[in-house]
Design a protein around this ligand. Sequence first.
Ligand code: NAD
Length: 350
Amino acid sequence: MTSSIPSKLAMVPFVSVDDMMRITNNIGLEKLLFELAGYIEDDFKRWEKFDKTPRVAAHSAEGVIELMPTSDGEVYGFKYVNGHPKNQQEGFQTVTAFGVLADVSNGYPVLFSEMTILTALRTAATSALVAKYLAPKHAKTMAMIGNGAQCEFQAIAFKTICGIETVKLYDTDPKATEKAVRNLADQGIKAIGCSSSQEAITGAGIITTCTADKQYATILTDNMVGSGVHINAIGGDCPGKTELHRDILLRSEIFVEYPPQTRVEGEIQQLEKDYGVTEIWQVMSGEAEGRRNENQITLFDSVGFAIEDFSALRYIHDQLERTGSHVDLDLIADPDDTRDLFGMVLRAQE
Ligand code: NAD
């Protein structure tokens, strides 16, 4: 943390959805994504310091509810997140989230935050950060398949961090594509609506798949993917929910966040349990190679890992003073005599 976490805090800073929008607009989306990517990169480079576990998932036919905890020994963080593809048709978000950061030395929460917007920000920052290491250097065009809630955040992160100038958009629902084209109109990136995924990926050096459907979907087939591209596959993030044809995986060099989680949730659930993949933190810390040549297909099989959320909460915590956008929540009981919790309740009757 750049600022120290005050211990013995009874009041807990709470960042609401309104606050998160204010923080984003005050700092500026591009600056925020750039700074957030820096926090994620710093944490990925000290990967071995973290307690790591695959997220704890409660699956149902409709979707999943997950808890994503991690700690670096000084600070603990977790996110509550859901993924319900059918929500969108019923007027709810597919993905919603909130999270907590706490001081390991006394267990007191130091931040409670909305994370629906923050998840979109951290996913976009992570995707673009990884592409900075893996994507072909000349790539100026990205295809974006799936134009839902994550879409514009992804486009702007790739513009800011990777220098993408054009995004070609495709969604099975043309209204989603129209929305994204409209939202990106004044964002300094050329946004082109396409009528098929084939049209969207033609000429794109980077392909992002971000669709939501709980099935083994085939958003991209093998013959659609030419050599030399980078695929940022973020929509397949659950058992029984993938986006790419297996043959694409077999032609690609595959990079993942945390193998024990990705082997269950990612595109590689379609492959043998011991199929060779590279952990992206190793590329960032110089221990493993990223892209080796111009013809290679690189694939970031992203499912979203707890350390990215930890970095995002850490970043927001460090912005509290700078932005002032939060309220203090009376979340932790704070009796004058720490052992007289009962007496505090009694006195509240008076
Ligand atoms: P969303 O429901 O807002 O948008 C999904 C879009 O995909 C919709 O517009 C839908 O019409 C479109 N779609 C569905 N099937 C399609 C197809 N075959 N071809 C083209 N478009 C299609 O969801 P969202 O919040 O944008 O999230 C998308 C997915 O990304 C979800 O599955 C979510 O779980 C996942 N996600 C992953 C991460 C990560 O870290 N990897 C983070 C956030 C979200």
